[in-house]
Ligand binder design. Structure first.
Ligand code: S0N
Length: 273
């Protein structure tokens, strides 16, 4: 069994943010509400993911929920106002959409580690993670049409790409809950393991990923997302290519020539087939 000592990175109210060497773990921490998220929970996750994105020593991120009963039960219905979820500033918003986008563009693998309920907007968070490892007590489902809401973005379109249109419509039209084994059979998640082993197996996968080329992983993630995310996805893939180009002599020649007020000499660079 693989285990690590987690060290707290920063204090938050509604999440726990820890790391062990190159692995970061972000935990939604409202177990008494089955880890339902409020605007504060989401704001804090965005902050923690941004720290992970900017820290070049972090290579992989785990997203999970506190306790064994839930990954997340979605948006906290107790703070749902008329135009979104109402935060401490009394503004109604759906900032979870910004978090979904951040998880998609962060150029490092994000693994959802799911124990218990993965429901509504919480289930969409596990969906947008790159990989999902579930405990055998996990249950997956969308409740939107039952509670007067829907996610017509990744929660519908990307779900249809992942599990197929017929299955995605079944999930949204009937609002059934699916066991971890059923979700695995639907290609909704990557692996099912006994509850007691879920963190150990997740850490094993993180360590295997950390042995791989981070740039190769970055481009694979961006390329797969570009296929689904249109120009926004191509922007990420293009930005990654620019990052590499900046590091070449050819890229540096353009910058240096401008700064040195001379004509750039690009002729010496090969025109590969
Ligand atoms: C998760 C369920 C199935 C767990 O059942 P269980 O184990 O029997 O526990 P309960 O006794 O029901 O729950 C324990 C306590 O936790 C509270 N609670 C649970 N979920 C929530 C929640 N989502 N919000 C607030 N409180 C919650 C219970 O009330 C209970 O409290 P006490 O002890 O005081 O009674 C079951 O709890 C369940 O079905 N929960 C509701 C699931 C749900 O409908 N979630 C909301 C779905 N919608 C979203 O997530 C929308 C957000 C979103 O992401 C979005 C994104 C983009 C565009 C649109 C949307 C959108 O849809 O708005």
């Amino acid at each position: 069994m693989t285990s690590v000592n987690w060290e707290k990175v920063k204090d938050y109210e509604e999440i726990i943010f820890e790391r062990s060497d190159k692995i970061a773990k972000i935990t939604m921490n409202r177990p008494e509400r089955r880890n339902a998220f409020t605007p504060t929970t989401v704001e804090e996750m965005i902050d923690a993911f941004t720290i992970c994105r900017d820290d070049s020593t972090i290579g992989v991120i785990i997203l999970t929920g506190a306790g064994d009963l839930a990954f997340s039960s979605g948006g906290d219905q107790g703070v749902r106002g008329n135009g979104g979820y109402v935060g401490k500033d009394k503004v109604a918003r759906l900032n979870v959409l910004d978090l979904q986008h951040l998880i998609r563009i962060i150029p490092k693998p994000v693994i959802a580690m799911v124990k218990g309920w993965s429901v509504g907007g919480g289930n969409i968070l596990q969906l947008v993670c790159d990989l999902t490892i579930a405990a055998d007590n996990a249950k997956f489902g969308q409740t939107g049409p039952k509670v007067g809401s829907f996610d017509a973005g990744y929660g519908s379109g990307y779900l249809a790409r992942v599990i197929g249109h017929k299955r995605a419509k079944e999930v949204w039209f009937l609002n059934h809950f699916y066991s971890a084994e059923e979700a695995y059979q639907m290609n909704w998640i990557n692996k099912v393991v006994p509850l007691a082993d879920v963190e150990s197996v997740t850490l094993d996968w993180c360590n295997e990923i950390l042995e791989k080329s981070p740039t190769a992983l970055r481009f694979i993630k961006a390329a797969m997302n570009a296929d689904t995310d249109g120009l926004a996805g191509i922007q990420q893939l293009g930005g990654d290519a620019t990052m590499l180009f900046y590091q070449t002599d050819e890229g540096k020649e353009g910058r240096d020539a401008f700064n040195e007020k001379r004509k750039p000499d690009f002729d010496k660079y090969p025109k590969f087939p």
